[in-house]
Design a protein around this ligand. Structure first.
Ligand code: GLP
Length: 260
């Protein structure tokens, strides 16, 4: 029988409360790795509305000189197929809009974009680059309302690295506003569940009632590809930050004593 680690869950008074905690997580990794002269830590970001306030705050920290973007290397989880960083609707484009400091990191080569055309060789080369950078020390993560993480839709294998995938219809529906007047893409390039679980620490955020059922499946359902996010229960160092609406379908025991 596989021993499962207990996932730490915090229910915040509101989503706004996550911003300071996420910045603390990032700064702790930067300091821990900088202090002993080791290589700059690799931090992988998630996109999506869940992280908008965090990215704005991150940019303010960078612009204010409180956080030096030279002290870490950045990457991200996933990209719509064929969406180069300059193309509106794409993940890197969104990151740059919300945190312009990422554009400078990209220009200096200290932000490693997911190869958006999905060629097999480019995906393996990306994995090798991440490994040479010391592997992902901190992975930020959101969750889709169908339980997806990155673009690992229900049914995705837990054993895959970066790969090309088809998007679920609910995921395309949720992304509609990014692509108006066009239709959302059908394919994307994504970190696999295995790539995500390789990170040293994972911090997942979920806010709002639309995420409540996915959060329940992730934390209390079976660990199964039916809910890709449930794979996180196989990782020993995961923090889940929720607002009360996203936590509303959890057993009260799951979060007892964890509110703040
Ligand atoms: C997309 C991304 C995920 C993200 C999810 C949730 O599908 N691939 O990485 O977690 O959306 O997005 P939002 O934060 O907008 O709800």
């Amino acid at each position: 029988m596989v021993q499962q680690a207990k996932t730490e869950v915090k229910v915040l008074a509101g989503a706004d409360g996550a911003v300071a905690l996420l910045l603390d997580e990032l700064c702790a990794v930067v300091q821990a790795n900088g202090s002993d002269g080791a290589q700059r830590p690799l931090i992988s970001f998630a996109t999506g509305d869940t992280f908008t306030a965090f990215f704005r705050a991150l940019d303010a920290e960078m612009q204010g000189g409180r956080l030096n973007s030279n002290e870490f290397i950045g990457t991200h989880l996933d990209e719509y197929m064929g969406f180069e960083p300059k193309r509106a609707g794409g993940m890197v484009h969104e990151l740059i809009l919300r945190c312009p400091g990422v554009r400078e990191m990209l220009a200096r080569g200290s932000f490693l974009p997911v190869p958006c055309h999905g060629a097999e060789g480019s995906l393996r080369a990306h994995e090798e680059r991440l490994a040479r950078a010391g592997g992902i020390k901190l992975q930020f993560l959101g969750i889709g309302r169908n339980g997806h993480v990155a673009f690992n839709e229900p049914g995705a294998s837990f054993d895959e690295g970066y790969h090309v995938t088809m998007l679920a219809e609910s995921t395309r529906e949720d992304s509609k506003s990014r692509f108006v007047p066009d239709n959302p893409p059908r394919r994307a390039v994504t970190a696999g569940v295995k790539s995500i679980l390789d990170a040293e620490r994972i911090v997942l955020c979920a806010f709002g009632p639309g995420k409540a059922e996915a959060v329940r499946s992730m934390l209390e359902g079976d660990v199964s590809p039916n809910c890709p996010a449930s794979a996180l229960r196989r990782h020993k160092n995961v923090l889940v930050l929720l607002d009360p609406a996203a936590a509303s379908r959890l057993d009260s025991d799951a979060t007892a004593g964890a509110s703040c």
